[in-house]
Design a protein around this ligand. Structure first.
Ligand code: DX5
Ligand code: ZN
Length: 225
């Protein structure tokens, strides 16, 4: 299972150094949480395309950058994130009326398309989109901030996506990636990996004052065995 850092718990005045530290520790994917103060329940505002552009320029083209859009107007603004250098736009199923049209637009612009669903959104609604999705993200917390408690009740949903993706691949279809986000730490990483997760977002479990990113990452990798 791959690990990608969420930067919400980082000191933004040292973000460049922190991300270079992550890359030096073996990280090759950065998860950028965009909140517009409208869509998430606690009205959090994080950052936008300008910061993402700086991160892309600092890290170069080798690192994969996604943006997790927790915003009301992903359909009107996705091109600003692609223009800022993201490889993948991950939009919330609950915030987009015509998801197939968004996928088509992203692919048309040469970007990858991801769909993320809240803990209380069922897998059934997203399964028809799977053949065209590069990634599905299962939230294991209610979006809005880092450091929240992991919700184990998403297990069945993760397993349902795993089975559907494996059947899709076996039939010669797209190798859609399966990601999880929220409350992932060294003590539950192996469990979600066993559920079938390909890549886990880790925020407060990786960027904290208990250890360096390399130390925290090696604790997670040790747990993964
Ligand atoms: C929450 C974000 C997550 C969060 C993860 O809305 O989408 O990416 O920052 O942080 P931890 O791992 O601390 O739950
Ligand atoms: Zn996220």
């Amino acid at each position: 299972m791959e690990i990608t850092p969420s930067i919400l718990t980082a000191d933004f005045t040292r973000l460049g150094e922190t991300l270079e530290e992550a890359v030096a520790a073996g990280i090759d994917w950065i998860h950028m949480d965009v909140m517009d103060g409208n869509w998430v329940a606690n009205r959090t505002v994080t950052f936008g395309p300008a910061l993402i552009r700086s991160v892309r320029d600092r890290l170069g083209s080798e690192v994969t950058i996604d943006c997790h859009l927790m915003i009301t107007n992903a359909v009107e603004t996705w091109n600003q994130y692609v223009g800022a250098g993201v490889d993948m736009v991950i939009a919330h199923f609950e915030a987009v009326d015509n998801f197939p049209a968004l996928i088509e637009a992203l692919h048309g612009a040469g970007a990858q398309a991801g769909c993320v669903l809240n803990p209380n959104t069922s897998a059934e609604q997203i399964l028809p989109l799977l053949p065209d999705l590069d990634l599905v993200l299962v939230m294991s917390v209610v979006p809005g901030k880092g450091g929240q408690q992991f919700m184990p009740e998403v297990e069945d949903k993760v397993r349902a996506f795993r089975a559907a993706i494996d059947a899709q691949i076996a039939a010669g279809g797209r190798a859609t990636k399966l990601m999880i986000d929220g409350g992932i730490k060294h003590h539950n990483a192996a469990m979600v990996s066993e559920w079938g997760i390909d890549i886990a977002v880790v925020g407060s479990g990786l960027i904290n004052d208990r250890g360096t990113i390399a130390e925290n990452l090696s604790a997670i990798n040790a747990a993964l065995g």
